[in-house]
Design a protein around this ligand. Structure first.
Ligand SMILES: [Zn+2]
Ligand SMILES: [Zn+2]
Ligand SMILES: [Zn+2]
Length: 87
């Protein structure tokens, strides 16, 4: 079923955390109300019995980035270039 993904980057060089906007991870489960493969004719009350009606609790990701955060870089910290693979 679909779920939210919440990403908080941890910038190792300066120790700051940056929260990224939440994103919805789509599934292709027919039994999920939010899925693109969910049948259009599957409607309540049947849908509420057979299908997921809610998105799953957010998955938390806390990638550690060996670099300074963007605000430190804009204040003059020297970027290492290691953050590019996460963007
Ligand atoms: Zn889903
Ligand atoms: Zn349904
Ligand atoms: Zn910083």
């Amino acid at each position: 079923m679909c779920h939210w993904r919440r990403v908080r980057n941890h910038y190792k060089r300066c120790g700051h955390y940056i929260d990224l906007p939440d994103v919805v991870i789509q599934c292709d489960d027919r039994n999920c109300k939010f899925s693109t493969t969910h049948p259009r004719n599957c409607v309540p009350p049947r849908c509420t019995e057979t299908c997921w009606q809610y998105r799953q609790f957010p998955q938390q990701y806390n990638p550690v980035i060996d670099d300074y955060c963007p605000s430190c870089i804009s204040r003059g910290a020297e970027p290492t270039g290691n953050s590019s693979k996460y963007s």
